[in-house]
Design a protein around this ligand. Structure first.
Ligand SMILES: NC(=O)c1ccc[n+]([C@@H]2O[C@H](COP(=O)([O-])OP(=O)(O)OC[C@H]3O[C@@H](n4cnc5c(N)ncnc54)[C@H](OP(=O)(O)O)[C@@H]3O)[C@@H](O)[C@H]2O)c1
Length: 256
């Protein structure tokens, strides 16, 4: 199978690439950092798979177009929209350009790639899979990571809608919702100044990737890796949204 993964140069995306490599899949690895993508390619090949590297910045529409052109003669059986990042801080102080870029990566690129590859799957009669990496953040608001949480709410809603729309074409859509996971995400978002990643029980990327992989390969429409994350999402359905927002604010508030 051909599997395209965005954000394959690190973290959860790299671990997903390795798992597909173990199945003998061919990986199309997308990210900005070519050196790290080639490291992932090496790891995939060690596991028994093959890989091509596509060093594109999907935060830029021209790069998305270039990626779509570069892959137009390769069928994609599984699309994994994993690339994404957050930005921690008080909304009045955070950098607007980074937040708009976050919306471009987490929402715009994901939507563009989903439409094009889903159309290609339909036109080529591929009974494919589309995996959208959202977050437990999708289930509530997140003070001090307000834009990030909102982008993930979009990803979850979008995925759930497409689950229904694409089912008649045999295309399976899965929303994967990890909780806090030790990757480069924490540093990129500037989260060292928050308690969020200082709590016990933070998962590691290989475990999150394996649970996610098992879930979407079984055809689940929603995968929440880890029992405590699943329990937390269950609680978000019981508690008033305002209470959840206040709880989130107290966990995520900048450390004094
Ligand atoms: N870690 C967590 O706590 C956590 C929790 C829930 C959900 N998630 C989600 O899981 C996904 C993977 O994150 P991670 O934790 O594995 O973080 P990570 O280690 O920082 O990896 C992020 C990946 O996204 C890629 N990326 C970022 N901007 C990009 C751009 N403009 N164009 C192309 N690729 C880009 C990065 O590659 P380059 O730098 O090479 O471009 C990198 O491969 C994200 O969607 C994140 O929101 C993470």
């Amino acid at each position: 199978m051909n599997v395209l993964i965005t954000g394959a140069s690190a973290g959860i995306g790299r671990e997903l690439a390795r798992l597909h490599g173990m199945q003998g899949d061919h990986l199309l690895l997308v990210g900005r950092n070519a050196t790290k993508l080639f490291e992932t390619k090496y790891l995939v090949e060690q596991e028994g798979g093959t890989a091509d590297v596509f060093p594109y910045d999907i935060g830029q529409p021209v790069h998305i177009e270039a990626l779509l052109r570069a892959t137009q003669h390769q069928s994609v059986d599984i699309l994994i929209n994993n690339a994404g990042f957050g930005l921690f801080g008080e909304f009045l102080e955070t950098d607007l350009d980074r937040e708009l870029n976050m919306i471009d990566v987490n929402i715009r690129a994901l939507t563009h790639l989903t439409k094009t590859y889903a159309q290609r799957m339909r036109d080529q009669g591929i009974q494919g899979r589309i995996v959208q990496v959202a977050s437990t953040a999708a289930f509530q608001a997140g003070p001090f990571l307000a834009v990030y949480y909102a982008t993930k709410a979009y990803v979850l809603s979008f995925s759930e809608a497409l689950t229904e729309e694409l089912a008649p074409y045999g295309i399976q859509v899965t929303a994967v919702c990890p909780g806090a996971t030790h990757t480069d995400f924490e540093a990129t978002a500037g989260l060292s100044a928050s308690r969020l990643f200082k709590r016990p029980g933070i998962m590691d990327a290989p475990t999150v990737a394996k649970l996610s992989f098992d879930g979407y390969m079984q055809g689940k429409t929603l995968v929440i890796p880890g029992a405590s994350n699943a329990f937390y999402v269950f609680l978000t359905r019981l508690l008033p949204r305002q209470t959840l927002t206040k709880m989130s604010a107290s966990v995520q508030a900048p450390l004094k």
